[in-house]
Write a new protein. Structure first.
Length: 91
């Protein structure tokens, strides 16, 4: 059952035009970085199936690094990957 769920659920996720339009606008002026909890395979399927990759400079999936959102360390890793310090990140 879990295998079926992991394989098929992400295939059901589809971004609507509002999401894609928002991503277009955001991508014009901001660094885009996804931090997501969840199973790596499932999260990647959602991202790639919807062709979100052009919108994001990088993706950080909690399962891959064994640190979940809202642990401060996951945000520090994200900033490191983007070569940013905390003062450069807007709230």
């Amino acid at each position: 059952m879990i295998e079926f769920w992991n394989e098929n659920l992400p295939k059901c996720f589809t971004a609507d035009k509002t999401i894609l339009n928002s991503l277009d606008e955001i991508s014009k002026s901001r660094i885009k970085f996804v931090i997501t909890n969840g199973i790596t395979e499932r999260q990647k399927m959602k991202i790639f199936k919807n062709d979100f990759t052009p919108y994001f400079e990088s993706v950080l999936i909690s399962e891959e690094i064994a640190i979940s959102k809202y642990d401060r360390k996951i945000y520090e890793i994200a900033m490191e990957k983007l070569d940013l310090n905390a003062e450069e990140v807007p709230l």
